[in-house]
Ligand binder design. Structure first.
Ligand SMILES: [Cu+2]
Length: 149
């Protein structure tokens, strides 16, 4: 008769279940595309032939508000803000024509400028041009351009 003594033990280093470590990674993704941060106003320099730049700001300003340029100069408006703006300088279509002025014989200019957008206009007729931003007109977002001969 065989007598087998079996010691059925678990070595101490194996006796405890090795619980898998669980790493939880919380990733916060900041999505900036909705803010216009990837629009051309933020990603590309002014186009060749641009004589002056007006920024449309998050603080509801045209910067600079007043600008003097020679006839034939091209202005580029750049909405580098996180807001939608407009450049409203056409008395024929402006919602607030009293805030628009263009010299006799000059063409009006107008554009919706979503965040990140860019708009260009060439001023060929000397005189004083006044324009504004539609949604922020009541908050004083207005601009003036003087074109010298
Ligand atoms: Cu605006």
């Amino acid at each position: 008769m065989r007598c087998v003594l079996v010691w059925c033990g678990i070595p101490p280093q194996m006796g405890h279940a090795m619980l898998p470590k669980v790493f939880q990674t919380i990733t916060l993704m900041l999505v900036l595309t909705a803010c216009g941060a990837d629009g051309p106003a933020n990603t590309t320099p002014p186009a060749p032939g641009t004589d002056a730049v007006v920024e449309l700001t998050t603080t509801l300003k045209f910067a600079p508000e007043r600008l003097t340029i020679p006839a034939g100069a091209t202005v580029e408006w750049r909405n580098s803000s996180i807001l939608d703006h407009t450049v409203s300088g056409d008395p024929a279509t402006a919602e607030y024509p009293a805030d628009v002025a263009i010299p006799a014989g000059a063409a009006g200019f107008s554009a919706d400028l979503p965040a990140g957008g860019v708009f260009r206009h060439t001023f060929n007729v000397p005189g004083t041009y006044r324009y504004y931003c539609d949604p922020h007109q009541g908050l004083g977002m207005k601009g003036e351009i003087t074109v010298t001969p």
